[in-house]
Design a protein. Structure first.
Lengths: 149, 448
């Protein structure tokens, strides 16, 4: 089984000028955790996932695990303020410009291995041709469906 | 090794070989190019390999009381930190200050100092510094003054007890001085030095620290009880910690050394936390908890003890002690104060552990000279207090003076708060001098 056999062929994409706030709204509306960022010619520029936005907005002493448990703080004013500031910025500020990608004829095993190795960064695997033309995406769900038979 | 068995090594006397190994090892440790445990162990291997010491002599040179005490306390702290008590105390302190930035600086410093008096300084700051960053973030104030004060508090608090800082552990172990002796002789001066430091800190930072009422309300909304992750574990830890402290206080009269108490306490707590687990789970748990031991520090100590035993064996330290006494003309007061100031300056620049390891046998060889000169045995103990105060408080002088300083700087830098060597030096070195002046006055008034 190859990547092209299980990939979604018409994935939802966002343009590089899309703001982080707009991307978050689309994530909430479409119940998607990640999008490929592509230009007008469908060339892949990067991927954006919810994790990356969270990491940017979260104070570094929490995201870097210096302080692992913050249940004692009822709310973090700094977190909301940073998220507020971030929302008007373009997605290119936080997107991963060099995401792991697969080719259409890569095996499903290779896709599963990539997702397993980098679970925080790979919510979806872009499937690209050699010129970075996006032809589809594979999410963890597509692999689960394949495993479940 | 008796005198007759001393031989030349590759044409050099053992004294020169041991001295060269000591200097080379210390130089490489200071350069910080290689891990200090590896360097110390290689130095120790060279001491044995060149025949300065036999393996048996080298093993006898390792102070297992220091090693056992350090290991035991590391296991105890490793288990206790999981229950969240340290975060609880830090938040409780911030709330007790009603969210006032200066009040929080003072209260967090007190918590850091008290914890550092009973736990190792690095663990204390590793747990308190991140909470400090969060509090400063909520208050929208610069966290630098709080972290700066915590570094000072950590080293000053560590000075107060036998178990507070490695130099004290080594001194206590090498002498007959007890936990209570350290409390009686060092805790008062540590409290004065700590309090006195707050005055310049008020003028440097306190006067201009401000937080809005909304920001202060955010701190007061923290629920410190949520920081406690495991109430059962907390109860067990507090019980065992209390027993260990009681053991330190009363153990000496039963001839039980601190290492036995600390390791016994660690074993007891390990038993309690694995009691309800099956054999395999308990095995994994104990394996993970032993992993909490800072093996780098432990092996660093082992290597150093062997290297210092090597130079001690060849008579070098006796010669340096004699030379020091000739410089001070055998004057007890001058020698004591010289030890205090030299220890402080050295410890602010280099790691105080190798320095103290070298000084202990030197001071030991000075004691008979002073006793023969008619100075009472009890008064000669002042030399140890001078060494402890100099070595521990000296760590406050520069950013590289103590491990806790570098740990705080590392956490701060990672979170966008620059901690640079020179700006730190400008503030910290005068504070260290103030503390050593207070120590000088204390020693002079109480002992000389």
């Amino acid at each position: 089984m190859k990547a092209q056999d299980i990939m979604i062929r018409q994935p939802h994409t966002i343009p590089p000028q899309c703001t982080i706030g707009e991307a978050l709204r689309q994530m909430a509306d479409l119940r998607l955790q990640a999008f490929p960022v592509v230009d007008k010619k469908k060339m892949l520029l990067g991927t954006l996932n919810f994790w990356q936005i969270l990491e940017w907005a979260m104070p570094s002493y929490i995201s870097q695990n210096d302080l692992s448990d913050v249940r004692f703080a009822p709310d973090l004013a700094q977190f909301h303020e940073r998220l507020g500031e971030l929302k008007s910025n373009p997605v290119t500020q936080v997107m991963n410009s060099h995401p792991p990608c697969v080719r259409p004829d890569d095996s499903v095993l290779a896709c599963a291995a990539l997702i397993m190795k980098t679970p925080k960064t790979v919510y979806l695997l872009p499937v690209v041709e050699t010129d970075r033309q996006l032809v589809g995406v594979i999410s963890a769900w597509d692999i689960i469906k394949e495993i479940a038979g | 090794m008796d005198e007759t068995s001393i031989h030349t090594i590759f044409g050099f006397s053992p004294l020169w070989v041991a001295t060269s190994i000591l200097i080379l090892t210390y130089a490489v440790i200071i350069a910080e190019r290689f891990n200090r445990a590896i360097v110390a162990l290689l130095g120790a291997a060279a001491v044995i390999g060149t025949g300065v010491l036999t393996q048996d002599q080298a093993i006898q040179g390792i102070d297992f009381n220091t090693i056992g005490l350090l290991t035991g306390m590391m296991i105890l702290v490793g288990i206790t930190k999981e229950c969240g008590i340290f975060q609880f105390l830090a938040i409780k302190a911030a709330k007790a200050a009603k969210g006032s930035p200066w009040g929080i600086l003072v209260m967090l410093s007190i918590v850091t100092a008290v914890l550092s008096a009973f736990l190792d300084n690095v663990t204390t700051v590793l747990l308190v510094a991140p909470v400090t960053l969060l509090i400063a973030d909520e208050l929208k104030i610069n966290p630098y003054p709080l972290l700066f004060a915590e570094i000072n508090a950590s080293n000053t608090g560590g000075t107060a007890t036998l178990i507070g800082d490695p130099p004290n552990i080594m001194i206590g172990s090498a002498t007959s001085l007890t936990f209570n002796d350290f409390v009686i002789h060092l805790t008062p001066v540590a409290i004065v030095a700590f309090s006195a430091t707050l005055i310049p800190l008020w003028f440097m930072y306190g006067k201009t620290m401000f937080a809005s009422p909304e920001a202060r309300a955010r701190i007061m909304a923290f629920n410190e009880y949520e920081a406690i992750r495991d109430v059962e574990l907390l109860k067990h830890c507090l019980l065992v910690f209390s027993l260990v402290i009681l053991g330190f206080v009363f153990g000496h009269s039963w001839h039980i050394e601190p290492a036995t108490i600390a390791l016994g306490g660690a074993a007891l707590l390990l038993l309690v936390v694995t009691f309800s687990l099956d054999n395999e789970q308990a095995g994994h748990k104990v394996h993970a908890l032993f992993g909490q031991v800072e093996w780098i520090t432990i092996f660093f100590f082992c290597g150093l003890f062997i290297i210092v035993t090597g130079v001690e064996h060849t008579g070098l330290l006796q010669s340096v002690a004699d030379w020091t006494l000739s410089l001070t003309a055998g004057n007890f007061m001058v020698t004591t104060l010289a030890i205090l100031w030299v220890s402080a300056i050295f410890s602010s620049i280099v790691d105080n552990i190798p320095f103290v390891a070298t000084m202990i046998p030197m001071i030991k060889s000075m004691l008979p000279v002073f006793q023969q000169a008619g100075i009472p045995l009890e008064q000669t103990e002042t030399l140890w207090w001078a060494l402890a105060l100099g070595a521990c408080l000296g760590g406050n002088g520069t950013l590289v003076g103590a491990s806790a300083n570098l740990i705080v700087a590392g956490i701060a830098e990672r979170n966008g708060v620059p901690f640079r060597f020179l700006p730190f030096l400008k503030m910290a070195f005068p504070l260290m001098i103030l503390q050593i002046l207070i120590s000088t006055l204390y020693i002079w008034m109480r002992y000389l």
